[in-house]
Write a protein that binds this ligand. Structure first.
Ligand code: BEZ
Length: 390
């Protein structure tokens, strides 16, 4: 062997050893988190609850995750998909955030997922259920701490069928969340032999329900299934009761119908049954401390949105702990999150391969100011993740 070749081989071995042994240096600078949430409009309360939950977890860790101080940059996305790409690009390109956290509205979240994919920026979705985010748009650096729109709908289809209802009218906003929630409901309800008599809708964020309620009265279904949330949910529940329908046609919904809304809905919500991954009377020790700490910090009772914000911060903390604060080490970050058991106020869950929670969906019933737990409608329900290739 020539001297030159010997040197070449030895050099190669040394380089390989270095690559294996190279220590992962801990990142210690501030970590910039871009919060893109609705702070105005029908989902404003939801955005605020998510931010509160996220900050609560960070504060419980002393303001740092994996040794890195958290700095927040905020954008009000107004739940407006038309402004979403500009808004998310402000956070990515102007503010150079390390992580994106958002949002509530499915249409806005899809624009965020596209921008996150194009730029390689880490994204944690703390509410929006757009099935595509953990379906065709899934990616190693996109995570969701909430639910897919399909999940509560699918669980409720089984409940409504078991309760003996055969003919159902659905009513919702005409956008991804409404369509997919109804889609999940329809899938399990028709599988169990039920029929969807009519699918009614109105554009988001409209609240002119009167003509649609008149149509429901004339169709006389056995029951109604609905997806509304935030300010729209308050108005729908009140209008449904005012139209005299609450007495004659049982109303069921994805749990957003009555979460964070009961103070405004009052007696009109009493008795309503919904399905969701959270409730007000869970026997979960983590929930007890979470509710106490949240009430102490914000002088408010938490809701499902606050839990999802809290868990978004937990997921970030898990990934950062595994990568010594290096958010750019996406493979190690994802591996840690995928094998984690997340100790949530909703109960323990995992994220699975598509990065959407595999979780219990509870059946709840409104009693006074609470969504009281009746039971588990669907145990460890995983979104099918249709179209996700990772
Ligand atoms: C959504 O757009 O995905 C959504 C909005 C509010 C509550 C639940 C889902």
């Amino acid at each position: 062997m020539t001297l030159h070749r010997k040197q070449f081989i030895l050099g190669g071995i040394a380089a390989a050893c270095l690559a294996v042994a190279a220590p992962a240096f801990a990142q210690t600078g501030k970590l910039k988190v871009g919060l893109m949430l609705p702070y105005t409009g029908t989902f404003a309360a939801l955005g605020n609850a998510i931010e509160n939950g996220f900050r609560l977890y960070v504060d419980e860790q002393g303001g740092k995750l994996a040794g890195r101080e958290i700095e927040f940059v905020k954008v009000d996305d107004e739940s407006d998909p038309a402004k979403a790409t500009d808004n998310v690009n402000k956070l990515i390109k102007r503010d150079n955030v390390d992580v994106l956290v958002g949002t509530v509205h499915s249409g806005v979240a899809m624009a965020m997922a596209k921008a996150a994919k194009d730029s390689g920026t880490m994204l944690i979705v703390p509410n929006a259920g757009a099935d595509a985010v953990t379906g065709p748009m899934c990616a190693p650096h996109i995570f969701r701490s909430s639910f897919s729109n399909w999940q509560p709908g699918y669980a409720m289809g089984e409940v409504v069928a078991k309760r003996g209802h055969k003919k159902v009218v659905t009513i919702t906003w005409k956008y991804a969340a409404g369509d997919e929630s109804v889609g999940g409901f329809k899938e399990s309800f028709t599988k169990a032999g039920g029929t969807i008599v009519k699918e009614l809708s109105l554009p988001f964020p409209g609240v002119e329900f009167q003509a649609l309620l008149t149509e429901i009265a004339s169709l006389k279904p056995d029951a109604v299934y609905t997806f509304f949330a935030g300010g729209g949910a308050v108005k729908f529940v009140k209008d449904y009761a005012a139209a005299g329908l609450k007495k004659s046609i049982p109303l069921y919904g994805a749990g957003f119908l009555t979460d964070g809304t009961l103070a405004a809905q009052g007696a009109d919500a009493d008795g309503l049954m919904t399905t969701l991954h959270y409730g007000d009377s869970l026997e979960v020790p983590k929930d007890r401390t979470f509710r106490l700490n949240y009430a102490k910090a914000y002088k408010l009772q938490p809701d499902v949105y606050a839990v999802q914000g809290y868990d978004a911060a937990q997921i970030l903390g898990i990934g950062l702990a595994a990568t010594k604060g290096d958010v750019k080490n996406k493979a190690a970050f994802a591996a840690a999150v995928e094998k984690a058991r997340i100790e949530s106020p909703r109960g323990t869950y995992t994220l699975g391969k598509t990065h959407n929670p595999v979780q219990d969906i509870y059946l709840r019933q409104v009693s006074g100011k609470e969504n009281k737990l009746i039971g588990v409608a669907s145990k460890s329900l995983a979104d099918p993740g249709r179209g996700c290739r990772m």
